[in-house]
Design a protein around this ligand. Structure first.
Ligand SMILES: [Zn+2]
Ligand SMILES: [Zn+2]
Length: 344
């Protein structure tokens, strides 16, 4: 079979590999779609300290059960499934408190285990142990189902930022995650949703798809948001970009009692921002983070796609075969696509 393996930064090889066999407690799936995101770009350029090469990449996974290992019940060959990316341990103090997104023992598909850029892959027993495999509902395609994982992360972020009825919401960053944030905010009853990006072309492409109440771009985005919100600022500001400047702007455009989600992480070598603490104090701001998603978030995200609350099929702008995965990652890095999915 064919796989795309990470060997070193800048060295990802599409090559032949023996087909895996499902061991005890495992399931083997035929991958039908594995979508790409900025994380794949980051890995391809810089690697990751959790990846010991060579490693099959790909973490936004949907496929068909091909083989069920010894001792696994409840699954049969041919079933259509979506798989989590972040694997909580299920046993630590955080997991036992239901805070699986911050499990300190978290592992990931495509990092600790071979991922979905392959014809076939193994779902580890650890994934099954935490209910990390979801049946894809009828009417939902494999490509759409593969977007459940990023949508699950977006859902976690908006829960933590308490996006709700009537909120004015600003999304900074108009990539695929930004687009999902716009759609999810709408489905949660947000009032107005504004989309911000420094890349005018990408913003235009995204806005054409997800129709924010305004697309905001320029040097003075804080002033523009204040103007759009009658000087109140936004109830929720979500930064879906690896930008400290965006985080600083987010703090300045939040309404009183506003919630700011630092959804996107910052580069490891430059994670410090300027924050006017008095702004947080007097305006009673809440700053929250977001670290991936839990298995339950994945199941609910799939439900949101299935019942039409958050449509995703039109966000998938590129479908490429596995042999062209490097081109796919390149397209993502150039910001030319909303969502690129690989179809092994
Ligand atoms: Zn991803
Ligand atoms: Zn844990």
């Amino acid at each position: 079979m064919k796989v795309a393996r990470f060997y070193a930064p800048g060295d990802i090889r599409v090559e032949e590999a023996p087909e895996p066999v499902a061991g005890p407690g495992e399931i083997k799936i035929g991958v039908r779609n594995c979508s790409t995101c900025g994380t794949d770009v980051k890995i391809s350029r810089h690697g990751h300290h959790h990846i010991r090469p060579p490693r099959v990449m790909g973490h936004e996974i949907a496929g068909e059960v091909a083989e069920v290992g010894e001792g696994v019940s409840g699954w049969v060959a041919g079933e259509r499934v979506q798989v989590i990316a972040a694997i909580p341990c299920g046993n630590c103090q955080e997991c036992l408190r239901g805070r699986m997104t911050v499990c300190p023992n978290q592992e990931s598909m495509g990092y600790h285990y071979d991922g979905g850029f392959a014809d076939y892959m193994i779902i580890p027993a650890k994934v099954l142990a935490v209910d990390g495999v979801n049946r894809i509902p009828d009417g939902v395609g494999f490509a759409e189902a593969s977007v459940a994982e990023p949508l699950a992360c977006v859902l976690n972020g908006q829960e933590l930022a308490r996006v709700g009825e009537g909120d004015d919401v600003v999304i900074m960053g108009s990539g695929p995650i930004g687009c999902l944030h716009v759609r999810l905010a709408r489905s949660r009853g947000a009032g107005r949703v504004f989309l911000v990006d420094i890349n005018a072309e990408r913003l235009e492409m995204a806005a054409a798809l997800v129709a924010p109440d305004a697309a905001v771009h320029g040097q003075d985005v804080v002033e523009q948001v204040l103007k759009l919100t009658e000087d109140r600022g936004a109830d929720v500001v979500i930064t879906a970009a690896a930008s400290g400047a965006a985080q600083e702007q987010a703090l300045r455009m939040a309404a009183r009692q506003g919630r700011i989600s630092f959804f996107g992480g910052l580069p490891k070598d430059n994670p410090i921002i300027g924050c006017d603490s008095n702004l947080v104090h007097y305006r009673e701001l809440t700053i929250v983070g977001a670290n991936g998603s839990s298995p339950a978030h994945n199941a609910r995200a799939l439900g949101l796609i299935a019942d039409g609350s958050v449509p995703v099929s039109d966000l998938i702008t590129h479908r490429l075969p596995l042999a062209e995965v490097l081109e796919g990652i390149d397209i993502v890095s150039r910001g030319e696509a909303i969502k690129v999915t690989i179809e092994p």
